[in-house]
Structures are given as C-alpha cells and as structure tokens.
Design a protein around this ligand. Structure first.
Ligand code: SAM
Ligand code: SF4
Length: 329
C-alpha cells in the first residue's frame, strides 16, 4: 500500500527529527527565545524504529533522513542510525557537523554512507554572526574528514541577501576542489526568523551570478528531487539550487516529516500536525492517523499563498507555526 494524497502524489520519503535542541543558533532557523522539550517528550530509540518501520514496511517509504535540531546531540544517535539502516531504505543524516569527528567511525559502522552538512559561510566572523557561536574551523575540518572517510557529502548553504550572497561563487569553487555536492537554498520563512522577501537571494539571481563566471551544465534530477542540479564540466563536484520560495516544487513533493516529539507533518509549511506518539504510547492504532494526515496535504506550500519575492501581495513575516529548528529540515 502507498501513501497517496488527494492530488495523487505518492509519498516515499520521511524526515525524522530526533533532537529538538541544537548546539548552534543560526539566525534563520532558531529564534532567540527558543524553548526545548523535556527529554521524556522526545521519541525514544524504540519508538523511532517502530514508527519508521510502519512507514517503510507498510507504505513503501524508501528514503529516511535523520535530522533535528542537531541529531548528533542525541546520546543514542548511532543506535538510531543502526536501527534505521537495517531497513530497506536510502538513509541520510543532516547535521551542522560540529561534533561529527566524535561519531564518524561509529556512524559509518552503523551503516551511514551519506551526510548533508550545513555551512553558510567560509568566513569565521560571519559564521559567528550567523550561527551565534564559533565553529567554522571545526565544521570545515569535519567536511574534509567525511570526504576522506568515503561518505557522500552535500553542503547546504542558506543564501541570504546582504548576509552571504557574495560567497556563492566561492562555494561553487568548492566543487572544483572537492567531490562535494553544494546546495544553495533560498531563505525560507519560519516562525521567528525575521524573513522578508527582500532578504531572499533568488534561484534566478544565483544562476545568473554563477553563469556570469562559469559555463555550467544541467544534470538530470531525480523525479522527486527538491533541488535542480548542475556542474561545471570537468569539475569533481556538483551544485544545486533549492528554490522553495521563487519556484516551489510542491507538485512532485514526496516528503513527510516527523518532529522529535512524534508529530507528523505533511509539509514544511503545514499549520496542522498529527500526534502519533501519544496514541502509540497508549497502545492505539496509528495507521488511520498517518493516512488521514497524508490525505489532508495541501497541493502547495501547506496552503499558504505563494511567497514569491516579486509578488505585490503583502505576506506575513511568520508564515510558519514553528521555527525550522523544531520542524527538522
Ligand atoms: N542541525 C542540522 C543542520 O543544520 O544541518 C539539521 C537541522 S537544520 C533545521 C536542517 C536544514 O534546514 C539545514 O541545512 C538548514 O540550513 C536548513 N534551514 C534552516 N532554516 C532554514 C531557512 N529559514 N531557510 C532555508 N533553509 C533552512
Ligand atoms: Fe541548529 Fe541546524 Fe538550525 Fe543551525 S540550521 S540552528 S545548526 S538546527
């Protein structure tokens, strides 16, 4: 059986947040006044495995991504990865990589082969002002370490006008120097992140800027990919743009999300959630809840109006009910 929504999209990908806290406090992701869950509210290792097992075995979900908050802050993250890598799925981890060196051997041994690492700047001072703490050297060293150990590495850069848009070409250069896949992400609106249309450095601007210096070629994307991929011919790495704001890809979206406290979300921008964990703990059947959640998925952007930067319509700043740190990207 498949998880099909009311416009016929089949959902095969689940992002699981395993930790709501983080050791960075990126301005675009975590509000100054963020609050965190008590430990007993988080899904346990066994609960994560049970819920993920239902999505995979019953509904044919074949991609799992472990995320957060910062997943590596979870003491049993290696065991969680081991449980999930035993399922017939493509498994990934999204991390800020601040402590990756401590876990990399154990994660590899547990079955992890692919990692998305967030890095928005190669300038230490700027890193401090975006992430509100030091860390560039460690993160960069851990990107190199991950490559050295043979992990597939994607680098996620959130591009914000006037903050780090002048580093796009430098990040493209990384694909000349290393076999990494750099993903430029348009700045998205979430609760408490002071989003504004004027701060979105758009997909078109990124490609225009890159194209003024390099001749790049388009690569074939997976049918459900959120990213449009490119490469400079002859370079070992590739790059992509995720254009959620100016060119949403909702029509082919196959992603579902589970928050660290076991609430299911059918869209990053969903305003409704389904608590799976409380019923699971009470011994109830969560199958009808999962199916109802998928059926309620809106065709676009969780039912929000398009938030194109050039739109004349006024849009609210906080278009989401949650900050990204507690949704899981
Ligand atoms: N802590 C991990 C990390 O930073 O990779 C995992 C969680 S983080 C919420 C997941 C991804 O969401 C990161 O790549 C981050 O850059 C991205 N993200 C967070 N806030 C965003 C925003 N407002 N717009 C676009 N991407 C965002
Ligand atoms: Fe933490 Fe990742 Fe959000 Fe930065 S983007 S605050 S590292 S969860």
């Amino acid at each position: 059986m498949e998880l099909t929504d009311r416009i016929g999209r089949v959902h095969r990908s689940l992002h699981i947040s395993v930790m709501d806290k983080c050791d960075l406090r990126c301005t675009y992701c975590m509000p100054e006044d963020a609050t965190f869950l008590r430990r007993e509210k988080l899904m346990t290792r066994a609960e994560i495995a049970t819920i993920a097992g239902i999505f995979v075995e019953r509904y044919g979900v074949n991609k799992l991504r472990v995320t957060g908050g910062e997943p590596l802050l979870r003491p049993d993250v290696v065991e969680v990865i081991r449980d999930l890598s035993a399922l017939p799925v493509k498994l990934g981890l999204t991390t800020n990589a601040l402590t990756l060196h401590k876990h990399i051997d154990a994660l590899w041994e547990a079955g992890l082969r692919s990692v998305n690492i967030s890095l928005d700047t190669l300038n230490s001072e700027r890193f401090r002002s975006i992430a509100r703490r030091e860390g560039l050297d460690t993160v960069w060293a851990n990107i190199r370490l991950a490559l050295l150990r043979g992990l597939r590495v994607k680098v996620n850069m959130v591009v914000m006008r006037g903050v780090n848009d002048d580093e796009v070409l430098r990040f493209v250069e990384l694909t000349r120097e290393h076999p990494v896949h750099v993903r430029f992400i348009e700045f998205m609106p979430f609760a408490g992140n002071k989003w504004g249309r004027e701060r979105v450095f758009t997909f078109a601007e990124m490609l225009g800027h890159i194209g003024s210096v390099h001749s790049y070629e388009k690569l074939t994307d997976d049918p459900n990919s959120t990213a449009k991929s490119y490469r400079v011919p002859g370079w070992p790495g590739t790059f992509a743009v995720i254009s959620t704001v100016t060119e949403p890809f909702c029509g082919s979206c196959d992603r579902l999300r589970l928050t660290a406290e076991g609430r299911m979300r059918n869209c990053l921008f969903a305003r409704a959630e389904t608590d799976l964990l409380t019923p699971l703990r009470a011994g109830a059947d969560i199958i009808p809840l999962i199916e109802a959640n998928v059926l309620a998925k809106h065709p676009m952007l969780g039912g929000l109006p398009p938030f194109r930067p050039e739109s004349q319509e006024e849009v609210l700043h906080d278009l989401s009910i949650r900050p990204m740190v507690s949704i899981g990207g």
